[in-house]
Every structure is written in C-alpha cells, then in structure tokens.
Design a binder for this molecule. Sequence first.
Ligand SMILES: C[S@@+](CC[C@H](N)C(=O)[O-])C[C@H]1O[C@@H](n2cnc3c(N)ncnc32)[C@H](O)[C@@H]1O
Length: 278
Amino acid sequence: CLFLLHCFNCFKLLCSVRLVKELESSEEEGNQDEHKLKNTMFLQYWNRSLDKLLGWRTAQAMRFGQPIVFDFSYASNMSRKEIENTVSQLMEVEGWNRRATEPFHLHFCNLQPDSHCKKELLKRYGAETWDRLLITSTEQHYIDVFPREQLVYLTADSPNILRSFDHSKVYIIGALVDKSIHSGLSLANAKRLKLATARLPLDEFLHWELGAKNLTLDQMIRIMLTIKDTGKWEEALQFVPKRKHDGFYQRQTQTECDWWFCGFHAIAGSSNRDSGRT
Ligand SMILES: C[S@@+](CC[C@H](N)C(=O)[O-])C[C@H]1O[C@@H](n2cnc3c(N)ncnc32)[C@H](O)[C@@H]1O
C-alpha cells in the first residue's frame, strides 16, 4: 500500500513538472508572438518615421540645398535599351540622394513631356509617385534656369581637373548611358554652350592604367554627395568600382613624414660625426 502511494505521488509529481514545462513553453511561444508583433509594429513605426525624416530633409534641400543638374538632352543618342538603363540609374540616383544626410536639390533639365525618357520614368515610378518625388523636373534648359557662370559640366573628357568641390557652383551630369561609348559627347555639348567643364581627379588618386574613365550616374551622385559633405577625395572615390583600378596612391600622413624626416636627420648626423664634419 505504501509502495502504491509512493508510485502515485511520483506520477503526480511527473505530471505537474510536465504541466509546468508545457505552460512555460506555451507562454514563451505567446511571448515570441507578442515580440514579433511588437517588432513589426516598431519597424513599421520606425520606417514611417525614417520616411518622414528623409522626406523632410529632401524638402529642405528643395528650398535651401545646393542644386545639381541631370541633363536629359541625349535621348536621340541612345537606343531603347540605353534609355531604360539610364532610367534605372536615375532611380538609384534619386534614392541615394533622398537617403543622404544633406541631399542635393535634384534638377532633371531638358526633360521633354513626350520623350522616351519621361515616358519610361512615368512607367517605372507610376504617375502618382512621380508627382510626389521631391525633385525639380523641367523641360527648360539649365542655361535658362541658372546663371551661366555658375555652371560646370562634369565630363570625363575635360582637360580640367575638379580639385575641390565648390559650393557656389552648379554641377551638370549628362543623363546618358552609352554602351557604344560616344566619347566626347558631353564635352562637345558643354563647349557648344561655352560652359566650364571638369573631370573627376581619377588619375590623381587612383592607379588606373587602361579602361574608360566614364562612371555610371549612381556612382557619380554618390561621389558628388560625399565630396560635398567631406571635401575628401579619398572618401568620395571609394565609390569608383574596385575592378576599374589598382588602388589608391599611397599618401604619407604627417606623422609618417615626421618620422621619415627625424630618421633622415639621425642618419645624416651620425655620418657627419663619423666623418668628422660638423
Ligand atoms: C556614362 S557617362 C557618359 C559618357 C559619355 N561618353 C559622355 O560623353 O559624357 C554619364 C555622365 O557622367 C558624368 N561622368 C562620368 N564619368 C565622369 C568622370 N570621370 N568625370 C566627370 N564626369 C563624369 C558625365 O557628366 C557624363 O556625361
């Protein structure tokens, strides 16, 4: 009898331990669901707040920010495929700019209403989103929007190097993707309009043997956003694809120069002493 009572108590104990475990695990699942729900709500809230912040910054850029122009006058130089690629790159441009700490005021100039580029932009964004984009798009020519002396056409074929970012200038980038590489197209355009031109200092900072120095539109905006913010080409040119060059030229830091200078004097001093010179 005592033995049976003992067995019964053991059974009760086992059952209660199992029950507690089941309750705990169901509670954990419930908690996980609750966590998931909280996380989703938090992420939704976070995304909405982030969107608002980015929207606010771009809106500020439209009022006070530095303009940058994308020149849409090359539609007739591009195939249908190239126009589609141009629009894909421009959508990236708009995205990178919107997410930047200090965005540019984007100007899409020479964008004709019935052009392939405009139709493709409308198709890809959808009319509603396109209308809500915080950019200025106009059929006007940039020379009718900005004072001529403020304009600088960026082109890889320019003889002039863009040494530093000038906040008083309006830089122009050709809205152009050319697989067949119509070299000198944007330079010719700028020359015809008698505009200042500049190329990025790629040769000055990067080991670059052969290969075209034409960068894509999304690379261009990332470089321009970074040079505007930091003034440092070493940072801005990180956005040039690594496959295109063999790395940055080594620059000696001030400390390295000081060490080199001290070492040189130490050796020179000892050899002077050895030879009895003063
Ligand atoms: C793909 S490139 C077009 C190249 C085209 N062959 C041309 O004549 O400009 C698109 C635009 O990006 C800008 N760009 C590309 N690489 C550049 C560089 N290394 N320096 C300055 N601007 C550059 C220019 O504004 C150019 O029109």
